[in-house]
Design a binder for this molecule. Structure first.
Ligand SMILES: [Zn+2]
Length: 371
C-alpha cells in the first residue's frame, strides 16, 4: 500500500521548501497535496493544518513543519533534496519532514482504504524552541474534539530499531539573582562580591538529591536533572558587580508540576545567601507519562510487522506530547521515520529504507485490529 517513490518525492519536495523562519510555504504545499487526495483541510495564519478521515473517536497524528536553521558547511546543500546512497539529504529531512512525508502518504492510502476509526492529521508550526504561546500544537488544541490517543511522528529510528517514546520529562527554568553591592574593586572586600558567592551556591545545587521514578511500562528507572546553564555578571573590569545572575534548567519527573520545585531551591538559596537573592520561574512545562500497555503492545507489534525492532523508551528532553497530555488529556507516543541522531546536524539525512518501514509501522498501528 505504501509506495516508496511517493515517500521519496514527498520528502524531497518538503526539504526544498525552507521552513526555519515560518512554515507558511511548506504548509501551502502540504494543504495542496491533501486537497488533491480529496481532503477538506482547515488552516490558520501560521500555517497550522488539520484534516481528518473516518468516523468515531479520534486517533491523532502529528508532525511539526518548522526546522532549525541550516547552518554553514553542507556538502549536499540544505534545501536541494538530494538523494544519494539510499538517503535523502537536507535540513529537516529527519526532523520532522520525514514524519510529514509519511503522514501525506498515509493520507493517500486511507482515501482508498477507509479506516474503521477517525484519523486526525495535524501539521503544526513553531515547535523548535519557540515560546509555548506560539506552539502550533497548542494553538490547534481547541479544535481537537473527541480524540483518544495518537502518535507524534518525530524521528525515532536508531539502526534497526524504531523508538516508541511513552512520555518525557518536564522542562522548568529558574533565574536566580545573587545580590551583591556594586563598588570600586580597589576598595571593596570580596564578601560583597556576588561572583564569589556563586561557587557555594553551585555546590549546594549539585548536591540536591535526585528524585527517581520507576517507569513500569518500559521497566526503567528515570531521574530528574538540574543544570546551571548560564551565568552573567558584568559591570566593568574594575567594578564589583551588583548582581550575579544564573539560569537553572530543570528536567523534572513527569509528576512534577511547574512551581513544585520552588520551595526546594528557595531553601538552598536562603541557606547559602541569606536574604541576598531573588528567584524567578521563567518557564515551566510539565512532562508526561502515557502508560497505556495495550497501546504500547499494539505499537510494538506494528513495528515488528514492518520488519523493524521496537524500542520503548522514555524521552529525556521535552517533547510535544506533553502539550496534548497536560492541556487536553490526550495520550500519545512518539514514533516516526528519520533518525534521532540526524536531528539538527549538518548534512542531516533520512534513510529511505527506514522512511518506508516506519511509515508502514505507523499505518499498521492505525489499521490495527482492535476487536
Ligand atoms: Zn522535531
Amino acid at each position: 500500500m505504501i509506495k516508496e517513490k511517493n515517500l521519496v518525492k514527498n520528502l524531497q519536495s518538503l526539504v526544498k521548501i525552507p521552513s526555519f523562519r515560518d512554515s507558511i510555504e511548506v504548509s501551502k504545499w502540504i494543504k495542496n497535496e491533501l486537497e488533491d487526495f480529496g481532503y477538506d483541510v482547515w488552516s490558520d495564519e501560521d500555517g497550522n493544518l488539520i484534516t481528518e478521515i473516518g468516523e468515531g473517536p479520534g486517533f491523532i497524528l502529528n508532525a511539526h513543519m518548522d526546522t532549525v536553521e541550516a547552518g554553514d558547511g553542507w556538502k549536499h546543500g540544505p534545501f536541494r533534496g538530494k538523494v544519494a546512497d539510499g538517503k535523502i539529504y537536507g535540513r529537516g529531512s529527519s526532523d520532522c519532514k520525514a514524519g510529514i512525508a509519511s503522514m501525506i502518504e498515509i493520507a493517500r492510502v486511507l482515501r482508498k482504504n477507509p479506516p474503521d476509526r477517525r484519523i486526525v492529521f495535524t501539521f503544526t508550526a513553531y515547535e523548535e524552541g519557540h515560546p509555548p504561546e506560539k506552539n502550533g500544537l497548542k494553538r490547534v488544541l481547541p479544535r481537537l474534539k473527541n480524540i483518544e490517543k495518537g502518535l507524534i511522528l518525530e524521528p525515532t529510528i536508531s539502526g534497526k530499531k524504531i523508538g516508541i517514546g511513552v512520555g518525557c520529562r518536564g522542562g522548568m527554568g529558574y533565574v536566580i539573582d545573587i545580590i551583591g553591592e556594586m563598588g570600586h574593586s580597589a576598595y571593596y572586600q570580596n564578601d560583597k562580591n556576588p561572583i564569589y558567592r556563586f561557587p557555594h551556591l553551585l555546590r549546594k545545587i549539585e548536591k540536591l538529591p535526585q528524585r527517581k521514578m520507576n517507569i513500569e511500562i518500559i521497566g526503567e528507572e528515570i531521574t530528574d536533572k538540574n543544570s546551571v546553564t548560564e551565568i552573567m555578571a558584568k559591570e566593568g573590569p574594575n567594578v564589583i558587580p551588583s548582581r550575579c545572575t544564573i539560569s537553572l534548567d530543570r528536567r523534572a519527573l513527569p509528576d512534577e508540576k511547574p512551581g513544585d520545585f520552588r520551595p526546594e531551591i528557595e531553601k538552598v538559596c536562603k541557606n547559602v545567601l541569606g536574604k541576598d537573592y531573588s528567584i524567578h520561574e521563567v518557564r515551566g512545562l510539565q512532562g508526561y507519562l502515557f502508560d497505556d500497555e495495550k497501546f504500547l503492545s499494539e505499537c510494538e507489534r506494528s513495528v515488528e510487522k514492518a520488519g523493524m525492532k521496537p524500542d520503548a523508551r522514555f524521552e529525556k528532553a521535552r517533547i510535544d506530547g506533553c502539550i496534548l497530555y497536560n492541556f487536553a488529556g490526550i495520550g500519545t507516543f512518539m514514533m516516526g521515520p528519520g533518525s534521532i541522531e540526524q536531528a539538527h546536524q549538518l548534512d542531516e539525512y533520512c534513510e529511505i529504507e527506514g522512511l518506508v518501514k516506519a511509515t508502514e509501522a505507523v499505518l499498521n498501528v492505525i489499521l490495527f485490529n482492535h476487536k
